[in-house]
Design a protein. Sequence first.
Length: 296
Amino acid sequence: MTASERRVEGAPALGLGWGWRITIFVLLFLLLALVLTQLAVLLGAPLAPTLTPWSVTPMLLAALGASWIAMRRVEGFPLRALGLPLASGAARQFVGGTALGVCLIGGVVLSFILLGWLRWVPAGGGWPVAAWVGLAAVLTAAAFTEELLFRGYAFRLLAGRYGGSVAIAVTAPVFAALHLANPNAALLPILNICLAGVLLGLAYWRTLSLWYATGVHFGWNVTMGFADLSVSGLDMGIPTYDPALTGPALWTGGRFGPEGGLCVTLAAAAGILWLWRTKRLTRSLDTTGWLTEFQP
């Protein structure tokens, strides 16, 4: 770790236990999210239970703000030490993670097609490039927000105190619980999202790169979104075509989307096994120093 990556001069860590640090981080996020959401409403943002720039942007800014304050003012480290180096292969890590996410869910979608469970019906909406780019941008922002919250500061506090396995075991169910209010949520979809939380936690712990974990998350979601399949129960509304999903809901996920079916259970398990056993991943040198120095 370079001198610039070490403790920020004049910003020593506060003498607080890990529990208090996580509490401060959560309260900071909630406060910032409330303020920014109210500001968005004042600016005319529509309130809708779906992913839109108006709904995602306040959450992203709140997660970034809470992470920055917690890292710099509580820990005395720059935000990039959390696993967000601006250089050192950030783009490569994001693309590598995206490739893994696309392969896992792409395999699920391909299996639907080969089994005759999925086809698409033209919707007569043309091919609006702006809609596709907008969807990709929203899904990127949503993935980054959730990774900051669940595989970022709080995860590293738990890992520093109890180890990576405990951090994954704690954050994955909380990540799944966040989706309980999604449309058509049920037991199997929530269990699958918990498995996805384990997958993403392992992706982060093997690399200590939030860029890589965000890439996996984005690739996972964007594959479903571009296929116009529901993402965690949320309809993406691609105007070009409509999916006709006719396979058994137990395997396809039905109205919740692929994450509600056993095919994704198998895909998530395969991804977890690969991340656990592969020797292709290495930890970022920009963040391992912080992991060593940081003692909650």
